[in-house]
Design a protein around this ligand. Structure first.
Ligand code: 13P
Length: 254
């Protein structure tokens, strides 16, 4: 099955010079790569989205945003809507990233509203969930994941949930180099699948893609994705270095 490699560039690339360097390095790194079973999705800061779609033309690469608001238009100073992302070249949007939950008061409810409007606008949501190390230590892992998943997908029809890409990102693994064991990942993957089947009546053979995110690099990508049957990876830091990012893609294309 096709693997997704999503680059979350976060709040980086602050100047025209940096952006041009990124394009140069990305184009050089992807040139001559014959990718058979991977799809790359780059999610730059929204200010760069349109330029990315114009400068990187490759059949294996699509684009997305890192957040959207849950209204399409109107007096919401500073916000960006799903319709805007869609109309300016985005096909995906990251929703509910732990940094947004932590610094910008994102709640399960707003995550749900954003997923709903994005689906309506035919943007594919990349829905992030995951636990803190304290939650894991205190035995709250299952409760936290279940709550985030059930509330995030509440009232979304079965045939649409299939379009949501679920990204499991343990918060303690983000940007730390600390990675979960295969058992840790598989436990959460099984839990997510069980909830999708039991609570949302999805068919076990037709589930949404489930990705792993948190300190992924080309050395650990096989362990964190292929060996544990995940459908791809959500990459932060390494997505800023096209040479290494494309090495992750190569590992997962095997
Ligand atoms: P790192 O790959 O830098 O750990 O970030 C992961 C992440 O937050 C992707 O959304």
């Amino acid at each position: 099955m096709e693997k997704l490699i999503i680059g979350n560039l976060k709040m980086n690339i602050v100047s025209d010079v940096e952006r041009e360097n990124y394009f140069k390095s990305f184009k050089k790194s992807i040139r001559n790569k014959k990718l058979k079973q991977t799809k790359i999705i780059l999610c730059p800061p929204t200010i760069h989205l349109e330029t990315f779609t114009k400068k990187i033309k490759n059949k294996n690469v699509s684009f997305g945003a890192q957040n959207v608001y849950y209204e399409n238009k109107g007096s919401y100073t500073g916000e960006i809507s799903p319709a805007m992302v869609k109309n300016f070249g985005g096909e995906y949007v990251i929703i509910g990233h732990s940094e947004r939950r932590k610094y910008f008061n994102e709640t399960d409810k707003t995550v749900n509203q954003k997923i709903k409007l994005s689906l309506k606008e035919k943007l594919q949501p990349i829905f992030c969930l995951g636990e803190t190390s304290e939650e894991r230590k205190s035995g709250e892992l299952k409760n936290i994941i279940s709550k985030q998943l059930k509330k995030g997908l509440a009232d979304i029809p079965k045939n649409k949930i299939f379009k949501v890409i679920i990204a499991y990102e343990p918060i303690w693994a983000i940007g730390t180099g600390d990675i979960p064991t295969s058992e840790n990942i598989m436990e959460v993957q099984i839990l997510i699948k069980k909830i999708l089947v039991d609570n949302f009546s999805l068919n076990i053979n037709k589930l949404p893609k489930i990705l792993y995110g948190g300190s992924v690099n080309y050395r650990n990508a096989k362990n964190l994705c292929l060996d544990v049957g995940m459908d791809g990876v959500l990459v932060g830091g390494e997505s800023l270095h096209p040479v290494d990012f494309l090495k992750i893609v190569e590992v997962l294309d095997k």
